[in-house]
Design a protein around this ligand. Structure first.
Ligand SMILES: C[S@@+](CC[C@H](N)C(=O)[O-])C[C@H]1O[C@@H](n2cnc3c(N)ncnc32)[C@H](O)[C@@H]1O
Length: 154
Protein backbone atom coordinates (compact mmCIF):
# COMPACT_ATOMS: atom_id res chain seq x y z
CA UNK A 1 0.00 0.00 0.00
CA UNK A 2 2.72 2.47 1.06
CA UNK A 3 4.95 1.45 -1.85
CA UNK A 4 2.01 1.87 -4.27
CA UNK A 5 1.48 5.43 -3.01
CA UNK A 6 5.22 6.12 -3.28
CA UNK A 7 5.28 4.88 -6.89
CA UNK A 8 2.28 6.99 -7.88
CA UNK A 9 3.77 9.97 -6.03
CA UNK A 10 7.09 9.62 -7.84
CA UNK A 11 5.39 9.25 -11.24
CA UNK A 12 3.29 12.33 -10.53
CA UNK A 13 6.26 14.36 -9.25
CA UNK A 14 8.34 13.62 -12.36
CA UNK A 15 5.29 14.18 -14.57
CA UNK A 16 4.91 17.70 -13.12
CA UNK A 17 8.61 18.42 -13.36
CA UNK A 18 9.02 17.11 -16.92
CA UNK A 19 5.62 18.42 -18.09
CA UNK A 20 4.50 15.03 -19.37
CA UNK A 21 3.55 11.61 -18.01
CA UNK A 22 5.14 8.40 -19.36
CA UNK A 23 2.25 7.54 -21.66
CA UNK A 24 3.27 4.93 -24.28
CA UNK A 25 2.69 5.42 -28.00
CA UNK A 26 -0.44 3.51 -29.03
CA UNK A 27 0.06 0.40 -31.20
CA UNK A 28 -1.33 1.94 -34.43
CA UNK A 29 0.90 5.03 -34.11
CA UNK A 30 3.85 2.79 -33.20
CA UNK A 31 3.41 0.80 -36.42
CA UNK A 32 3.15 3.99 -38.51
CA UNK A 33 6.23 5.51 -36.89
CA UNK A 34 8.27 2.33 -37.36
CA UNK A 35 7.21 2.15 -41.02
CA UNK A 36 8.57 5.70 -41.53
CA UNK A 37 12.03 4.88 -40.16
CA UNK A 38 14.65 4.46 -42.88
CA UNK A 39 15.86 0.83 -42.86
CA UNK A 40 19.48 1.91 -43.33
CA UNK A 41 19.51 4.21 -40.26
CA UNK A 42 22.67 3.69 -38.22
CA UNK A 43 21.83 5.84 -35.20
CA UNK A 44 18.33 6.37 -33.81
CA UNK A 45 17.83 8.66 -30.80
CA UNK A 46 14.61 8.37 -28.81
CA UNK A 47 13.85 11.47 -26.75
CA UNK A 48 11.80 10.35 -23.73
CA UNK A 49 11.72 6.55 -23.67
CA UNK A 50 8.91 6.22 -21.11
CA UNK A 51 8.60 2.53 -20.13
CA UNK A 52 10.80 1.47 -23.06
CA UNK A 53 8.16 -0.21 -25.24
CA UNK A 54 9.00 1.84 -28.32
CA UNK A 55 12.74 1.61 -27.64
CA UNK A 56 12.47 -2.18 -27.69
CA UNK A 57 10.44 -2.16 -30.90
CA UNK A 58 12.86 0.19 -32.67
CA UNK A 59 15.74 -2.09 -31.71
CA UNK A 60 13.83 -5.07 -33.09
CA UNK A 61 12.77 -3.32 -36.32
CA UNK A 62 16.25 -1.91 -37.01
CA UNK A 63 18.66 -4.58 -35.71
CA UNK A 64 21.67 -2.94 -37.39
CA UNK A 65 21.06 0.46 -35.82
CA UNK A 66 22.35 1.78 -32.51
CA UNK A 67 19.40 3.10 -30.51
CA UNK A 68 20.19 5.72 -27.86
CA UNK A 69 17.24 6.53 -25.60
CA UNK A 70 16.83 9.16 -22.86
CA UNK A 71 14.41 9.00 -19.95
CA UNK A 72 14.49 11.16 -16.82
CA UNK A 73 11.54 9.81 -14.81
CA UNK A 74 12.97 7.31 -12.32
CA UNK A 75 10.48 4.43 -12.39
CA UNK A 76 9.86 4.30 -16.17
CA UNK A 77 13.64 4.58 -16.67
CA UNK A 78 14.25 1.62 -14.32
CA UNK A 79 11.68 -0.46 -16.25
CA UNK A 80 12.86 0.66 -19.70
CA UNK A 81 16.43 -0.46 -19.15
CA UNK A 82 15.40 -4.07 -18.60
CA UNK A 83 15.53 -4.58 -22.39
CA UNK A 84 18.62 -2.47 -23.12
CA UNK A 85 20.54 0.64 -22.12
CA UNK A 86 18.63 3.90 -21.59
CA UNK A 87 20.33 7.12 -20.43
CA UNK A 88 18.81 8.71 -17.37
CA UNK A 89 19.69 12.08 -18.82
CA UNK A 90 17.90 15.21 -19.93
CA UNK A 91 16.71 14.84 -23.51
CA UNK A 92 17.48 18.51 -24.18
CA UNK A 93 21.16 17.70 -23.59
CA UNK A 94 21.22 14.80 -26.07
CA UNK A 95 23.86 15.02 -28.78
CA UNK A 96 21.93 14.76 -32.05
CA UNK A 97 24.75 15.57 -34.45
CA UNK A 98 25.19 11.97 -35.70
CA UNK A 99 21.55 10.90 -35.49
CA UNK A 100 19.92 9.52 -38.62
CA UNK A 101 16.52 9.41 -36.94
CA UNK A 102 15.13 11.18 -33.86
CA UNK A 103 11.93 9.68 -32.49
CA UNK A 104 9.73 11.48 -29.98
CA UNK A 105 6.27 11.46 -28.44
CA UNK A 106 6.34 14.50 -26.17
CA UNK A 107 4.20 17.67 -26.03
CA UNK A 108 3.79 21.01 -27.83
CA UNK A 109 6.02 22.62 -25.17
CA UNK A 110 8.81 20.09 -25.81
CA UNK A 111 8.50 20.41 -29.61
CA UNK A 112 8.77 24.22 -29.46
CA UNK A 113 11.95 23.90 -27.35
CA UNK A 114 13.38 21.16 -29.55
CA UNK A 115 12.82 22.93 -32.90
CA UNK A 116 15.95 25.18 -32.65
CA UNK A 117 18.01 22.26 -31.30
CA UNK A 118 17.00 20.10 -34.28
CA UNK A 119 17.80 22.94 -36.71
CA UNK A 120 21.22 23.51 -35.12
CA UNK A 121 22.34 19.91 -34.60
CA UNK A 122 20.76 17.59 -37.13
CA UNK A 123 22.81 16.66 -40.17
CA UNK A 124 21.63 16.77 -43.75
CA UNK A 125 19.18 13.95 -44.43
CA UNK A 126 18.36 13.25 -40.77
CA UNK A 127 14.71 12.57 -39.94
CA UNK A 128 12.56 13.57 -36.99
CA UNK A 129 9.53 11.36 -36.37
CA UNK A 130 7.09 12.83 -33.88
CA UNK A 131 3.92 11.21 -32.59
CA UNK A 132 0.92 13.52 -32.00
CA UNK A 133 2.78 16.82 -31.84
CA UNK A 134 4.09 18.62 -34.94
CA UNK A 135 7.01 21.01 -34.93
CA UNK A 136 5.80 24.62 -34.87
CA UNK A 137 6.23 26.63 -38.09
CA UNK A 138 7.65 23.67 -40.01
CA UNK A 139 5.64 21.71 -42.59
CA UNK A 140 6.13 17.93 -42.30
CA UNK A 141 7.57 16.04 -45.28
CA UNK A 142 5.04 13.29 -44.60
CA UNK A 143 2.25 12.63 -42.14
CA UNK A 144 0.18 9.58 -41.31
CA UNK A 145 -2.17 10.69 -38.57
CA UNK A 146 -0.98 11.04 -35.76
CA UNK A 147 2.66 10.69 -36.88
CA UNK A 148 4.73 13.49 -38.47
CA UNK A 149 7.96 13.03 -40.42
CA UNK A 150 10.48 15.86 -40.98
CA UNK A 151 13.63 15.59 -43.10
CA UNK A 152 16.44 18.02 -42.50
CA UNK A 153 18.29 19.52 -45.45
CA UNK A 154 21.40 21.58 -45.00
C1 LIG B 1 4.71 10.38 -23.71
S1 LIG B 1 6.14 9.57 -23.06
C2 LIG B 1 6.74 8.74 -24.51
C3 LIG B 1 7.25 7.35 -24.26
C4 LIG B 1 7.83 6.61 -25.45
N1 LIG B 1 8.69 7.44 -26.26
C5 LIG B 1 6.79 6.00 -26.33
O1 LIG B 1 6.62 6.50 -27.44
O2 LIG B 1 6.12 5.03 -25.95
C6 LIG B 1 7.31 10.93 -22.92
C7 LIG B 1 8.46 10.66 -21.97
O3 LIG B 1 9.41 11.71 -22.05
C8 LIG B 1 10.02 11.84 -20.78
N2 LIG B 1 10.66 13.17 -20.67
C9 LIG B 1 10.03 14.37 -20.69
N3 LIG B 1 10.91 15.38 -20.57
C10 LIG B 1 12.13 14.79 -20.46
C11 LIG B 1 13.45 15.31 -20.31
N4 LIG B 1 13.68 16.63 -20.24
N5 LIG B 1 14.48 14.44 -20.28
C12 LIG B 1 14.26 13.09 -20.35
N6 LIG B 1 13.02 12.54 -20.48
C13 LIG B 1 11.97 13.38 -20.53
C14 LIG B 1 8.86 11.66 -19.81
O4 LIG B 1 9.30 11.27 -18.53
C15 LIG B 1 8.03 10.57 -20.52
O5 LIG B 1 8.32 9.30 -20.02
Amino acid sequence: MISGIAIIGLLYWYGQRLRIMPVPTLPAARRKALAMMPRDAKLVVELGAGWGGMTRRIRKALPNATVIAYERSLIPWAVSRVSGPVHRGDLFAADLTNADVVFCYLSPWHMARLAPKFAAELKNGASVISVAFPLPDFAPDAADDPVYLYRYRK
